[in-house]
Design a protein around this ligand. Structure first.
Ligand code: HSE
Length: 325
């Protein structure tokens, strides 16, 4: 299966790592924000990444993401550039070009899916191809497929959880190691967990976007970011954390959704220290309250390079098997 890999940041490098020795895949094109490279016989991705370290570019400026999407012969466009929560661009246009050409798309980009899911899904259907986006919510945790397929037929009464790895990392490092907010955020950025603009993480926008994606893609709702009441952790003081600890509690950024009431919220909440949603580092957790299955909780790594690539790999293999590659 021929892949065009758009985006070579943390997630893109993870994707390159998980597919490069798999005989089912061949990366025939790759682009970062400044340049691109194309080889119908398959690119030597390690060499390209080494070149990027040395020169800051992976190829030539004339191979832009748009040009690759429009001209190269690939089967699946893997779009893993940073999220633009306002317009979804440039990923939105790249994805539309691919779908319009009858090419499958796998993305971890939250912008296009949170803003234009229905339009993109229709475009995919019209062109007889798949649009897959497991990596947009909770990284490696298979929450979209878990609800869609694993819990198929169940009415979801409520859903709540920890959907931002960066905030969870910051809160748990402040609590367990006594780091300051600034130190913990710097660590999260160094480890590649935070968004290109970490404001989105710490002010609750990233978790709210993920809630919108879950609402619209697996819960049949039609909501936007404006429908989510949002409070971040950016104004949380070490004193507030210490105070919570002194009463056997802790603080986590919790996203909650009640479909029937159309009630969507992201806010820091006090939880008992032994609550299942009190997790360390970048772990995410989602509890889904269902009609027949009762409560089902998914826990796993919500951010990171190969972790997010794991979700992308599962989408690629779905396409590989379903479309008979
Ligand atoms: N910045 C996001 C997080 C990455 O920290 O959860 C995964 O979407």
């Amino acid at each position: 299966m021929k892949l065009a890999l758009i985006g070579l940041g943390s997630v893109g490098r993870g994707v390159a790592h998980v597919v490069k020795n798999d005989p089912r895949f061949k990366i025939v094109a790759a682009a970062d924000s400044k340049s691109g490279a194309v080889n119908p016989d398959g690119l030597d991705i390690d060499r390209l990444l080494q070149g990027k370290k040395e020169t800051g570019r992976i190829g030539t400026p004339d191979w832009t993401a748009f040009r690759i999407a429009a001209e190269v012969d690939y089967d699946v466009l893997v779009e893993v550039t940073p999220t633009n929560a306002e317009t979804g661009e440039p990923a939105l246009s790249t994805i539309k070009i691919a779908l319009s050409r009858g090419r499958h798309v796998v993305t971890s980009n939250k912008g296009p899916i949170s803003l234009y899911y229905r339009e993109l899904e229709s475009l995919a259907e019209e062109n007889g191809v798949a649009l897959r986006f497991e990596g947009t919510v909770a990284g490696a945790v298979p929450i979209i497929n878990g609800i869609r397929n694993g819990l198929a037929g169940n009415k979801v009464k409520a859903l709540f959880g920890v959907l931002n790895g960066t905030c969870n990392y910051i809160l748990s490092r402040m609590e367990e190691e006594g780091l300051t907010y600034v130190q913990a955020l710097a660590e999260a950025r160094d480890l590649g967990y935070a968004e290109a603009d970490p404001t989105y993480d710490v002010n609750g926008t990233d978790a709210a976007i993920k809630l919108v994606i879950l609402a619209n893609t697996v819960l049949g709702m039609n909501v936007t970011l404006k429908d989510v009441q949002r409070t971040g952790i950016d104004r949380l003081t070490p004193e507030a954390i210490r105070m919570a600890q002194s009463t056997g509690q802790t603080i986590r950024l919790i996203a909650s959704l009640y479909p029937e009431k159309k009630d969507l919220e992201v806010s820091p909440r006090l939880l008992p220290e032994d609550d299942p949603l009190v997790l360390s580092e970048t772990l995410n957790a989602v509890t889904v309250e269902t009609e027949y299955a009762g409560d089902v909780t998914f826990i796993g790594r919500g951010a990171g390079s190969v972790e997010t690539a794991s979700a992308i790999l599962s989408d690629l293999l779905y396409i590989h098997d379903k479309y008979g590659f």
